[in-house]
Write a protein that binds this ligand. Structure first.
Ligand code: NAD
Length: 480
């Protein structure tokens, strides 16, 4: 199995050209905390260059749907042909185990392929002897796509797929923690799209702010934290730019008393700890019926203790490190705070020895609403488990938050489970799974978890201007 020691030097993609000169910043390997490579940092001249290129490319791109679908398919093929190259960069900059990184690369290709084949509906609203009225999807214009560090490739591919299918052009900005996989993707697909259709700039939060504020931007498609989402919405308001905000979550899973703990615990563990817990719609609070509480906690703690923390290419590794130092510090602080508040760690509870942002999967009981670990998003490998006796009380606690991304009910009674899931105030509600997403499944949050939907037909609509096209058959000449 190949393994990179250093990240390749990649450039921004602007107007079809790779731009490597200018300032650079360090990218850190989360397994060793050493510098893994450097990425370029775009200033205002490059921002203007990318935005002008995207604006200039718009009309020609928007006019040829056949070419757009063909280019998306070629991009998907190219990603599939470059799996190992993309995987290794992703492993090095994010610490993801190789298998997870491979899934992410393949997921990125699958998203582009799905959009390449997705319908762009023309809804017929009236069709009679007097008129034909059709609802069509027009592009919005230049889309600024801003992504976080936990799924850099799949989130970029998702935004590119939807935006480009409709005929928009894109200026994308990855997280400064994991920029190189996106820049590499840009290099791999540079020749597939006409110059200016896809531009990728790397840099920090200031670059994101500049792209959002730019006069050519018409839609900001953002995935990241609630605070940044708020700032983006405020900035967009002055020019009435459109926003699609996919923000944080604090998903609750509720386990009823009729399930077998041994059967559901491995699935609950995956839902909470997959990707080291760094998933927006991971299980972040677990409410378990009191009759099963001890058994579920024991099962989860047993799986946690059997987890092997390690580097991406070690075949023994089942969990990687946290990807960033701030997230590692946050998880440490949340656990210390929970233990100080009377919590008990049944596994983990302190950082792993040695270098790197490794933190063992930690199952905590003895905490409830009012403790920060329960009230806010941990985005890491720590799960508070809370008993309940009355399911109405569990639903109330699940909904008693400003977040509203996902939630789930676990039960042997599927009809009762579906009815309870309807009562969860969230963009997605699952029964007996958590999370599960795909390009065909609309995804997004309510309340502070976001605005708008990505994926599926509603996702495509979010990257479109809906235009009512009306043709009146009343003659306009005497001889008609
Ligand atoms: P973040 O908000 O700090 O950064 C995300 C991106 O936004 C980065 O590229 C960053 O440079 C940029 N950015 C930051 N401030 C900005 C501003 N004011 N204007 C423009 N751009 C700005 O988030 P993060 O720490 O990278 O990601 C973790 C968060 O993302 C978690 O809260 C997680 O739940 C959320 N997330 C949500 C989803 C979803 O689909 N709902 C998916 C993945 C992650």
């Amino acid at each position: 199995m190949s393994q990179l020691e250093l990240l390749p030097a990649e450039g921004h993609l602007i107007a079809g050209e790779l731009v490597t000169d200018g300032e650079k910043y360090d990218v850190i390997d989360p397994c060793t905390e050493s510098v893994a490579g450097q990425a370029p940092s775009a200033g205002s001249v490059l921002v203007d260059g990318a935005m002008d290129a995207a604006a200039s490319a718009l009309d020609a791109w928007a006019s040829d749907e056949v070419a757009r679908r063909a280019a998306l398919l070629r991009a998907a093929d190219t990603i599939e042909q470059s799996v190992e190259q993309l995987r290794d960069v992703l492993c090095l900059e994010s610490g993801k185990p190789a298998l997870s990184a491979t899934f992410e690369v393949m997921g990125a290709a699958a998203h582009l392929r799905w959009y390449a084949n997705a319908p762009l509906p023309q809804d017929v609203l009236h069709d009679d002897e007097n008129q034909k009225v059709v609802l069509v999807r027009d592009p919005v214009g230049v889309v600024v796509a801003i992504t976080p560090w936990n799924g850099p490739l799949v989130m970029l591919a998702n935004k590119l797929g939807a935006a480009l299918l409709v005929g928009n052009t894109v200026v994308a900005k990855p997280s400064p923690f994991t920029p190189v996989s996106s820049l590499l993707l840009g290099r791999l697909i540079a020749d597939i799209f006409p110059p200016g259709v896809v531009n990728i700039l790397s840099g920090g939060d200031d670059l994101g702010r500049a792209l959002v504020a730019h006069s050519a931007t018409r839609l900001i498609s953002f995935t990241g934290s609630v605070n940044a989402g708020r700032a983006i919405m405020a900035s967009a308001a002055s020019d009435l730019k459109r926003v699609c905000l996919e923000l944080g979550g604090n998903d609750a899973a509720i386990v009823l008393g009729d399930v077998d703990p041994e059967v559901v615990a491995p699935r609950l563990f995956r839902g909470a700890f997959m990707a080291t817990g760094q998933i927006c719609a991971a299980v972040k609070r677990l409410y378990v019926h009191e009759s099963l509480f001890d058994a579920v906690v024991d099962q989860l703690a047993g799986i946690a203790r059997a987890t092997r923390l390690g580097t991406p290419h070690d075949p023994e590794t089942t969990m990687g490190p946290l990807t960033t130092r701030p997230q590692y510090e946050r998880v440490r602080a949340l656990v210390e705070n929970a233990l100080a508040a009377g919590g008990k760690a049944h596994s983990g509870g302190a950082p792993a020895d040695g270098p790197g942002y490794f933190y063992p999967p930690t199952v905590i009981t003895g905490v409830d609403t009012g403790v920060e670990l329960v009230d806010s998003e941990q985005f890491g490998p720590v799960l508070p488990v809370i008993p309940f006796s009355d399911v109405d009380e569990a639903i109330e606690k699940a909904n008693g938050t400003n977040y509203g991304l996902g939630g789930s009910i676990w039960t042997a009674d599927l009809a009762a489970g579906a009815n309870l899931a309807k009562r969860l105030r969230s963009g997605t509600a699952w029964v007996n799974r958590h999370p599960a997403v795909g390009p065909d499944l609309p995804f997004g949050g309510i309340k502070h978890s976001g605005l708008g939907r990505e994926n599926g037909a509603p996702g495509i609509d979010h990257y479109s201007e809906l235009k009512t096209l009306s043709v009146d058959y009343t003659p306009t000449r005497k001889d008609q």
